[in-house]
Structures are given as structure tokens and as C-alpha cells.
Design a protein around this ligand. Structure first.
Ligand code: ATP
Ligand code: LTN
Length: 333
């Protein structure tokens, strides 16, 4: 029993094209953790519809994200890779957990406030309930660890609170999950506005590097990246946010430490440095893009992966849901 692997859970929404922020903050870490843990990786389509989506695009992006997970190195034979809406237990547990969540605490969530301001014409119940659905995702699988970027920290805290609340109200039911938030990479910043996080849905696409960007676009965007009026290539996130962000990106894609990178560019100017970062990122993205395109040409294979993934996920999820239904007093036949 003791050597049983711990469980890891994470997900990304199939909204827009993914950026290197999503890759470095989340997916890249999943790949390095998949051998150590029992992993469930979802495509969070139910979360995605909290903001209006074009149906054909949502369908296309869902499959495209499945291909991307695999192209990035997720092994579907080791992990359950599935689409959230294919496992009904997510919606079912979310409903039960809603009754353990207060409206006030949801209204105070940073992402809810940001998205409400951005989509003022569609502040729907799903947008407000987003963190409870995310708690349901995680708790269904009794996840020990959840690797995400910095922006998800508050959502993880709520998931932990809800788990504890339920456990205290009845008896231990849910594992209280812990976040895995890396020191470097948890917040990749926008290249044009390095004080802001790089986002899939930013207004200015020049600040975001999309995983689908071609070589010329990647290099052009890095060449235009905002630095500062100095000339030193040194990590100092407070005073040199642009340069520090570029150093983080370079370090994560090249596998060199920040210190090694600083030494490597000690005698370079900003122009030369930005070009080197751009080339390194473009070199890393190109095999991922090729692999993703190859996988997308074999829809039957991808459908098979998602079907198997959903079956594996549903078995674990339904076990937890069954316990919850019993504890809350739902009549069983
Ligand atoms: P959107 O901008 O459309 O709301 P997003 O870019 O934040 O979306 P999500 O699907 O919400 O993407 O997040 C997927 C994962 O990527 C999460 O673990 C999140 O923490 C991580 N992530 C997102 N942006 C960054 C970033 N700039 N740096 C590091 N990690 C990030
Ligand atoms: N809300 C997350 C995506 C997500 C998630 C999850 C992450 C949905 N369910 C469960 C970790 C665990 C985001 O990154 N925006």
C-alpha cells in the first residue's frame, strides 16, 4: 500500500491558442511529473463555456489541445487524458459542492472580478461557479498534487477549503490537494507589458508567443520585446521585469539555469540577447508543432485516446461521487 503512487491532476481550457505561458507554467511540468504520479490531464471544455465560445471552434480546439498534450510529451498510455464534459461526474459533484460554497467567497475571487469586467455583457452563473467546478475536478480524483501557474493559486485554496469543509461536515472523504507552482515559469509575462501575465486572450497579440506561431513570428515578437533603458542582462524582476522574463523563458527552453544564462550573455547587447531567446524558443516549438500536425491527421487515434481516457477517469470519479452521494443522504437502491 505504501508504495502506491500519489495522484496528480491538472487541466487547461480549450480557449484560444495556447501560449508559452501555458506551456512553461503548466504542461511542461506535467511531462516531467508523469512518471512519478498517477496522472489525470483534462481538457476543461466545461470551464471554457463560461465565456461565450463559437461551437465549431470549441470542437476544433478541444481535439487540437488533445494533440498538443501528446505532442508536448504527455504519454496517453501512462496518463488519463480526457475531455471534462465526457465524464458526467464533474457536473454532478459540482452541484453537491455548490451547497458547501458561499456566494460571498465566489464574488471575491480575483479571476471572477477580472472576467466580469472583461465580459460585462455576460456575467453568467457559470463564470461565478468556475472555482467550484474546478474543485470538483480535483476532488473527484482524490488528487494529492495540482501543477498549475501562479494565477490558479486562489482557485486551489478554495478547492482545499471546500474539501476540508465537506470532510468536517461528514467524515474524511476528499484528499486535500496541494498545488505545485514552480519558482521559475509560474508567471511568464507579456513581452510588450512585462508587468502583466502573458495570456491567451490578450488584446495585443505581439506580447504573447503562441505555441502555433511560426519561426519568423516568434523571432519578430522577441525582437520587439520591451526591456529597459539599461544594458545589463541580469535577473532582477523588480527593476528589470522585461529582461528577467526573457531570462526565465530562455532558461526554461534551453535547460540552462538563470545564472548560466546571465554568464552566457554577460557581454551581449539586448538586441543579440533577444534574438538568441527568439531562436531558442522557435527551435523548441517547431518539433511540437510538427508532432501536433501529424497527430491531428489521425483523428481516429486521438478519439481512441480520449475515449480510453474518459473511461479510466470515469471509474475513479464515479467511485468518489458514490461516496459523496451516500454521505449527503441521497437515497440508494
Ligand atoms: P485565458 O487567458 O484565456 O483566461 P489562460 O492563458 O490563463 O487563459 P488557462 O487555460 O486558464 O489559460 O490556464 C492553463 C494553465 O496555464 C494554468 O495552469 C495556468 O496557471 C497556466 N498559465 C496561464 N498563463 C500563464 C502564464 N503567463 N505563466 C505561467 N503559467 C500560466
Ligand atoms: N481553471 C484552470 C483550468 C482548470 C484546472 C482544473 C487546473 C480547470 N480545472 C483542475 C487544475 C485543476 C486554469 O488554468 N484556468
Amino acid at each position: 500500500m505504501e508504495d502506491r503512487k500519489k495522484t496528480l491532476y491538472s487541466a487547461v481550457q480549450p480557449t484560444n491558442n495556447l501560449t508559452i505561458g501555458n506551456y512553461l507554467g503548466a504542461i511542461k511540468n506535467w511531462v516531467s511529473l508523469q512518471n512519478e504520479y498517477d496522472c489525470f490531464f483534462a481538457i476543461a471544455d466545461m470551464h471554457a463555456i463560461t465565456v461565450r465560445q463559437e461551437p465549431a471552434e470549441l470542437r476544433r480546439r478541444t481535439l487540437s489541445l488533445a494533440a498538443l498534450y501528446i505532442a508536448c510529451g504527455i504519454d496517453p498510455d501512462k496518463c488519463a487524458l480526457y475531455v471534462q464534459s465526457h465524464v458526467a461526474a464533474h457536473a454532478q459533484l459540482c452541484w453537491a459542492l455548490n451547497t458547501f460554497t458561499y456566494v460571498g467567497e465566489m464574488e471575491r475571487m480575483t479571476q471572477f472580478k477580472d472576467k466580469s469586467a472583461k465580459h460585462a455583457d455576460n456575467i453568467n452563473m457559470g463564470l461565478m461557479d468556475y472555482p467550484v467546478l474546478m474543485a470538483a475536478d480535483i476532488l473527484l480524483y482524490q488528487a494529492d498534487f495540482v501543477p498549475v501557474g501562479q494565477d490558479q493559486k486562489q482557485h486551489l485554496e478554495i478547492a482545499r477549503d471546500i474539501a476540508r469543509r465537506f470532510n468536517n461536515a461528514y467524515s474524511p472523504t476528499f484528499t486535500v490537494p496541494e498545488g505545485i507552482i514552480m519558482k521559475v515559469g509560474a508567471k511568464i509575462c507579456d513581452l510588450s507589458e512585462p508587468e502583466k501575465k502573458m495570456s491567451k486572450s490578450a488584446e495585443n497579440p505581439n506580447g504573447s508567443i503562441f505555441l502555433s506561431d511560426d519561426r519568423d513570428t516568434v523571432i519578430r515578437k522577441f525582437k520587439r520585446a520591451v526591456t529597459d533603458s539599461g544594458s545589463e542582462i541580469k535577473y532582477d524582476s523588480e527593476n528589470k521585469p522585461g529582461v528577467s522574463n526573457l531570462l526565465s523563458i530562455y532558461s526554461l527552453f534551453s535547460g540552462k539555469s538563470i545564472e548560466e544564462a546571465e554568464r552566457e550573455f554577460a557581454n551581449s547587447g539586448y538586441g543579440e540577447f533577444k534574438l538568441a531567446v527568439g531562436e531558442t524558443v522557435a527551435d523548441a516549438l517547431s518539433p511540437i508543432q510538427n508532432e501536433q500536425n501529424k497527430l491531428l491527421a489521425d483523428k481516429e487515434y486521438l478519439n481512441g485516446v480520449l475515449k480510453r481516457g474518459a473511461e479510466t477517469a470515469a471509474r475513479t470519479a464515479n467511485r468518489t461521487l458514490g461516496k459523496v452521494y451516500k454521505k449527503i443522504g441521497f437515497y440508494q437502491i
